[in-house]
Design a protein around this ligand. Structure first.
Ligand code: ADP
Length: 301
């Protein structure tokens, strides 16, 4: 197959591994800088141009779209879809998962366990919002944040009120969430490919920190997940419509709670921790599923 990898940087671990795994399995791998792809959407024959040439003959595309380029990246991916190229994850599913609010609403509709979460727009509603999610301690999250940035633990209702006020004053959309203390600063990253969790790791926050992000000094280790956690992760990915997803789960007293479903999960942490060939399994998934012209949505969405 001829496979495009949409990525801003060919030197990133995940990009390199996908290229390597594809080549090892006999495929032609082409890295395309997402922001340098340009499109002709007026013609009857949708096209993508790249460095002066029309892209042709691709069977599949692997989107590795960073949060900061979601909008343009999804447009490029949609163009691939309209050309009949099979996407590892569809553009609609990626947009869905990138909107944290929408993602949680969709997951809750399907009865997937979530931390109690509230949203509000007006500062006047803050005290009631805090009550609604069960009072302090609680976690406040900027909707736009990644890698734990803009995620704050407020230990008292007073602290929560001032933090929320500050964010709203800065015109930042936020959500307010029950703090899952019993998770002990740890979460579980379940790597879903197709309808299976193919690898899982536990991420533990460093001492004095509740955010387990590896970028914030968290450490990763192997973990055996329960059948319930496995099922929750697979269902969450399915609800979002993602073939490949990193589903982040908190272990609570009342079962697994999904925190986030990531549509471009990094490979470095999970491959290093589990010693599994995750990139190879992703390519294998494409081999089984990529049939040119088979995109369900054809980019309508
Ligand atoms: P980001 O998407 O920026 O990584 P997350 O929502 O994943 O933000 O939060 C970052 C980290 O904070 C999580 O990995 C988890 O360890 C911790 N965390 C987030 N929400 C909660 C919560 N409701 N209860 C306990 N810990 C949480």
């Amino acid at each position: 197959m001829k496979i495009a990898v949409l990525s801003r940087n060919p030197r990133l671990y995940s990009t390199r591994r996908l290229v390597e795994a594809g080549q090892q399995r006999g495929h032609e791998m082409v890295v395309i800088d997402t922001l340098r792809a340009y499109m002709n959407i007026a013609s009857h024959k949708p096209q993508i141009h790249y460095r002066g040439q029309a892209l042709e003959g691709f069977d599949a595309v692997i989107p590795r779209i960073g949060a900061s380029v979601t909008f343009y990246g999804c447009a490029v991916l949609r163009q691939f879809e309209m050309m009949g190229v099979y996407p590892l994850n569809e553009s609609v599913a990626i947009s869905r998962s990138r909107d944290k609010l929408r993602a949680l609403q969709l997951l809750s509709r399907k009865g997937i366990g979530l931390p109690v979460t509230g949203f509000a727009h007006s500062p006047d509603d803050i005290p009631d919002l805090i009550q609604m999610v069960g009072g302090a301690p609680l976690v406040i999250k900027v909707l736009e944040g990644t890698q734990g940035m803009g995620v704050v633990l407020a230990e008292t209702s007073k602290a929560a009120e001032s933090v929320i006020e500050a964010f709203l004053g800065l015109k930042q959309d936020i959500m307010v969430q029950e703090y899952i203390q019993e998770a002990g600063g740890a979460d579980i990253r379940c790597f879903v490919v197709g309808d299976k969790v193919i690898a899982a790791m536990k991420r533990q926050a460093k001492a004095g920190e509740f955010r387990s992000n590896l970028h914030r000094g968290g450490s990763a280790s192997l973990i055996k997940i329960t059948p319930e956690e496995r099922m929750t992760a697979v269902r969450a990915a399915k609800v979002m419509g993602l073939n490949v997803a990193g589903v982040d789960i908190l272990r609570s007293n009342h079962g697994p709670l999904v925190m986030e479903v990531n549509s471009s999960p990094g490979l470095e942490g999970i491959e290093t921790t589990t010693a599994k060939d995750v990139a190879g399994m992703i390519i294998e998934h494409l081999e089984k599923n990529a049939e040119p012209g088979q995109t369900r949505t054809k980019g309508r969405g």
